[in-house]
Design a protein around this ligand. Structure first.
Ligand SMILES: [Zn+2]
Length: 375
């Protein structure tokens, strides 16, 4: 059986490209993972998600443990079978969403008690329970259970939270055990403080993981602060393991993170934007509900080969959005995910060719041009 492994094939500056091998298939890096929160990437069939070029999806432990429950998914053959996605799945640990969605949270050394945002029922999540849930789901890449402090937080609060997360990382490692073909990733915390990030990375390396995530960013600190952490934080992590930046982001965040040595990212943005009439293209963001599109026979992006751009005009996309037709979210989500995956392919090719800086310069120049002029 194929084991979980990571091999780098080229670097360009601090950027890297390579392949993560898993028994369920390869993940080309840098990789963008669409988010399938409730065992679906909203408005997309799994085969359509694959057609955009995605090698791996992200599933949310918090949502799935509440509904339909991890035990039910396990009885039905695991998450891959349940949602009809046979390729790799990464699940988060639930920690972040307990903090952002649940109510009546009570945090102790042991774990977190909280009330469901769906029906108010009471639940308990610990590192051990998070590992159990992710195993029941059948996740290929399991995330250690961590705590993400609410911002703004003082250095002392960030340090205290990070050290708790490091103790939970050890407990996650112990509970995960030995599962050939499955990977466990640790999560670096420490906010925007270099010393805390370094301390966190050292603690994780001591424990030993199959990959390492940079957590606690993309939580409202802004791109400049995020990049300033990414200027040094990936360098604290082992070179021969994948580095995952959680919850990022906009296309220019992704490009900046890849330049700084990140291998994997996930974000709801392309799918969520698709449902609110926002399209991401080479020329930046387009709001399809804008009246300037209503008579425009041209596609969103003439260079894009997705079904929304090949077969439909801006006028049609504008009409179905205004009419609140379901196909609106379907087409725009497809386009956005296609654009994101094409961007990742462009980054991978540029790193392999040693031409990343030219690629990045062109990326920014095209966005600076802005959308095509109205007819
Ligand atoms: Zn398109």
């Amino acid at each position: 059986m194929t084991q979980f492994s990571f091999s780098l094939s080229a670097t360009d500056g601090t950027a890297r490209t390579g392949v993560i091998s898993t028994p369920r298939g390869e993940i080309r890096t840098p990789a963008f993972m669409p988010v399938g929160t409730a065992a679906t990437v909203k408005a997309m069939m799994p085969e359509s998600v694959r057609a955009t070029g995605a090698d791996i999806l992200l599933g949310n432990t918090y949502h799935l443990m509440l509904r339909p429950t991890a035990e039910r998914i396990a009885r039905l053959g695991g998450l891959h079978k349940f949602m009809n996605w046979e390729r790799p799945i990464l699940t988060d640990s639930g920690g972040f969403q307990v903090m952002s969605l649940a109510s009546l949270r009570k945090l102790t050394e042991e774990g977190v008690t909280f009330s469901s945002h769906i029906d108010g029922s009471k639940h308990h999540l610990t590192p051990e329970r998070s590992m159990e849930i992710q195993k029941l789901l059948g996740s290929d890449i399991v995330m250690a259970f961590d705590e993400c402090p609410a911002l703004p937080a003082t250095d002392a609060e960030v340090a205290k939270s990070m050290r708790l997360s490091m103790r939970w990382a050890q407990r996650s490692r112990d509970a995960f055990g030995d599962r050939p073909g499955h990977a466990l990733f640790g999560i670096m915390q420490g906010g925007v403080t270099r010393e805390l990030r370094e301390e966190s990375a050292e603690a994780l390396k001591q424990i030993g993981f199959d990959g390492y995530a940079v957590g606690g960013l993309a939580v409202g600190e802004g791109q400049e602060a995020m990049f300033s952490v990414l200027d040094y934080a990936p360098g604290f992590l082992p070179e021969d393991k994948p580095r995952y930046l959680m919850g990022v982001g906009k296309p220019d965040d992704i490009v900046g993170a890849v330049e700084r040595g990140i291998d994997m990212m996930d974000c709801v943005l392309p799918s969520r934007s698709g449902r609110t009439g926002q399209a991401w293209t080479r020329r930046g963001q387009i709001n399809i509900k804008n009246a300037r599109h209503q008579d425009d026979p041209r596609p969103l992006d003439e260079a894009c080969t997705c079904p929304a751009c090949r077969n439909y005009s801006r006028a049609y996309l504008h009409h179905v959005f205004r009419s609140q037709e379901m196909i609106s979210g379907m087409l725009l989500t497809w386009h956005n995910l296609h654009y994101y995956q094409e961007l990742m392919q462009g980054l991978r090719d540029a790193i392999a060719a040693g031409t990343l800086s030219a690629f990045v310069a062109q990326f920014h120049a095209q966005r600076a041009e802005g959308d095509i002029d109205p007819l």
